[in-house]
Structures are given as structure tokens and as C-alpha cells.
Design a protein around this ligand. Structure first.
Ligand code: NAD
Length: 358
């Protein structure tokens, strides 16, 4: 199989972790007889430095011509003082919108070898955790109208808008239902329907769509504040969590932390077709950039999701996941997941160890 992969390494640890994932994908291609080509492209702070904007038109054009996109992370203190529309994160939101990727899937899994890394009590995690956060990605408050004005009595005032349409809610519900069918057939849909009008439409639409098209899937509702509490109180109760854009952004980071390290969690963003964008859920970690200590596993797992969900190569995806489990079982750890008696390795070596076991 021939596949052309656009690589947006980005900033901070982005280049180190994407290099790691590329090394693993090259090994997969060699072992299974595929031909993967990789095209580096600029996005984020590095694009601002090189072209004066976070998402050059050439990058969008080439991503749309690729079979899928592998992304590291963007941002860092160097660009923090730029105005909102010229910051690195604008590139991230822009590429998701340009590729019409309206779903973001983030599996939060506790690996058995890393059970000690969870900050929760052993009794809460010993039976394993595997939460699949299905987050709406191109709607809601991150894309709604916003503005600032001078209020006569309160001074400078800013506002953002949370807005959802039935179509937007239905298409993300469709993705959550399809995934739930392959798992426990249970979805918990998160909202704030006791306060927000947009949440009341969310709740009504999710139920109506799921009942009509996926009668075998059960949907329960949970308010976002309660969900945040339940993730630390009893994480094992969750399977598929269906959320709006902002609620999913926050809850998936919380679920990530419960499983141990943010450096272990992958994500995929998909729209109607098979072309997706695959990235770790963490940021550019400027505090450890360039030191070869970052954990590349989240990016390698993102590459495995690309193999399975965009290229239809489940055996290859499983081979990558098995190689990761083996390396962890053999006691190799990057600094973020290090515990007593384990062998400490850097970013590059961790990726090499995984590639060698494919
Ligand atoms: P972060 O995820 O970059 O880092 C949080 C903490 O986790 C840091 O201590 C970091 O060292 C550690 N960490 C993150 N990834 C790691 C890895 N792979 N291995 C080991 N440790 C890891 O979040 P932050 O510090 O809030 O943000 C830093 C920058 O990243 C900001 O500019 C932010 O805007 C940006 N950001 C980008 C994305 C993205 O590109 N998708 C997402 C979140 C934040």
C-alpha cells in the first residue's frame, strides 16, 4: 500500500516526537511491504517565524492532498504575547477546520505495566481504565462569535458564544454510536443542560438520533461538573464519553491524568472521509524541548490510530501497540513514567526500542 503522510512537527518537543513516530512507521512499512512517504510542512510557531503566519496556505493545500496528517504539537512562550489571531494555536484550529475534521477521538487507557503511574488509589484503577472521549471539534465556543467592548460601568468586557446546530450534533453522535457498537454499547453524553440552551438542544438531539439509528446503543446523560467529579471518583464506570468541543477538551485532559502520563495518550481527528489528523493530546512541552527526554509513545500510538482508522491496516496498528506493551513490560521508561527499578531511556531510544519490536 502506498500512502503519503503530511508531517506537521510543530514546536517544542514536536520534532522529536514526530521523528520517533516516523521511525516506527518506517519499520511498519518495511515489515509489511508498504510504501509510506513523509512530507514535512510548517505550522504553528515555526511557521510564524518562517512565513509570518501560523498556517501557510501551502501547508493547507499539501495536507488536503495527503492521505493523512501526523502532527506533533504547537506553541510556546516565544509566541505567547502575539495577538489571538496570529498565535500558533490558530494554526491548529485552522487546519482542523480546513480539513473539516469535526470529531476528535481520545482513548484514555491505563496500561497494566503503568498502573503505579495513576495518581488514583489502586482500588480505583486495578480493574483497568479505558475511556474513549469522543469530542466535537469544529463547533461550539472555540469557533463561535466573540468580541470585546467597553462597558460603561464594568470597564473592558469580552464575550464568546457557544452555538451548536442539530446537524453538528447528529454527525458527532453518529461517530460515537459507531464506536460504542464495537465496545460496551453504552454512551455517556456530557452537557450542562440545567443551564445552557445549547446543551438542551445537544441532549435532545443526541437521544433522538441514537434512538432512531442505533437502538442497540444506550445513551445516558451526565452534567459536565458531575462528570469531572466521577472521572476521579470512579473512572472504571466510563466507556464512551460524548462531549462538545470545550467540555471534551477539559475532560480528556483529566481522563489522561487519571491514566498516568499525558505522554501516553493519542488522538485522531476525522471528518466524513478517511483522511485524518493524528496527534498526541499533550502540548509542545517547552520545559523539556530539545533535551531528548520527551515520551514519544502518545505520538507513536497516534500513528497506530492512523494505520487502523485512515489506512484500514488493523494488523499493523496492533503490531505497534503490542511493541509498545512489550517495551513497557521489559521495564523501559521515559522520565515522565519512570518508577523505581525501571530502565530510563530518552525519546529517541524509546522510539528505536518500539521499532525494533515490530
Ligand atoms: P504541555 O502538554 O505541553 O505540558 C504539560 C506538562 O506535561 C509539562 O510539564 C510537560 O513537560 C509534560 N509533557 C507534555 N508532553 C510530554 C511528553 N510527551 N513527555 C513527557 N512530558 C510531557 O502543556 P502546557 O505546558 O500547558 O503547554 C505548552 C505549550 O503547548 C503551550 O504553548 C500550549 O499552548 C501548547 N499546547 C499545544 C497543544 C497542541 O499542539 N495540540 C495542546 C496543548 C497545549
Amino acid at each position: 500500500m502506498n500512502k503519503h503522510i503530511a508531517v506537521l512537527a510543530g514546536d517544542g518537543i514536536g520534532p522529536e516526537i514526530t521523528d520517533g513516530a516516523i521511525a516506527v512507521l518506517k519499520k511498519v512499512a518495511e515489515k509489511y511491504g508498504h510504501d509510506f512517504t513523509f512530507e514535512p510542512l510548517l505550522m504553528g510557531g515555526c511557521a510564524i517565524d518562517a512565513c509570518g503566519e501560523p498556517l501557510p496556505a501551502h501547508t493547507v493545500e499539501r495536507c488536503l492532498a495527503s492521505d493523512s496528517v501526523l502532527l506533533g504539537a504547537v506553541g510556546g512562550p516565544k509566541w505567547d504575547s502575539l495577538p489571538g489571531d496570529r498565535r500558533p494555536e490558530k494554526g491548529l484550529l485552522g487546519i482542523r477546520k480546513a480539513m473539516n475534521l469535526y470529531s476528535n477521538i481520545r482513548p484514555a487507557k491505563l496500561w497494566p505495566a503503568l498502573a503505579d503511574a495513576s495518581p488514583l488509589k489502586k482500588s480505583l484503577v486495578e480493574n483497568g481504565i479505558e475511556i474513549l472521549v469522543v469530542r466535537e471539534l469544529t463547533g461550539g465556543i472555540y469557533f463561535g462569535e466573540r468580541g470585546r467592548y467597553e462597558d460603561e460601568s464594568m470597564g473592558e468586557t469580552a464575550w464568546d458564544t457557544e452555538k451548536y446546530s442539530v446537524r453538528e450534533i447528529e454527525r458527532i453522535t453518529e461517530i460515537a454510536c459507531k464506536l460504542a457498537q464495537k465496545r460496551t454499547k453504552k454512551i455517556i453524553s456530557v452537557d450542562k443542560a440545567n443551564v445552557l440552551e445549547s446543551s438542551r438542544l445537544w441532549r435532545k438531539t443526541v437521544h433522538a438520533y441514537a434512538e432512531k439509528h442505533y437502538p442497540d446503543v444506550t445513551v445516558e446523560d451526565m452534567l459536565v461538573d458531575n462528570t469531572a467529579m466521577q472521572i476521579v471518583k470512579n473512572p472504571a464506570q466510563f466507556d464512551v464519553l460524548l462531549t462538545s468541543n470545550m467540555f471534551g477538551d477539559i475532560l480528556s485532559d483529566e481522563a489522561a491524568q487519571v491514566t498516568g502520563s499525558i505522554g501516553m495518550l493519542a488522538s485522531s481527528s476525522l471528518g466524513d472521509g478517511t483522511r485524518g489528523l493524528y496527534e498526541p493530546i499533550h502540548g509542545s512541552a517547552p520545559d523539556i524541548a530539545g533535551k531528548d527526554v520527551a515520551n514519544p509513545i502518545a505520538t507513536v500510538l497516534s500513528a497506530a490510530m492512523m494505520l487502523r482508522d485512515s489506512f484500514g491496516l488493523p494488523d499493523e496498528a496492533r503490531a505497534v501497540e503490542r511493541a509498545i506493551a512489550q517495551v513497557l513490560d521489559e521495564g523501559y521508561r521515559t522520565a515522565d513514567i519512570l518508577s523505581e527499578g525501571m530502565k530510563k531511556v530518552g525519546c529517541k531510544e524509546m522510539a528505536t526500542l518500539i521499532a525494533e519490536r515490530i
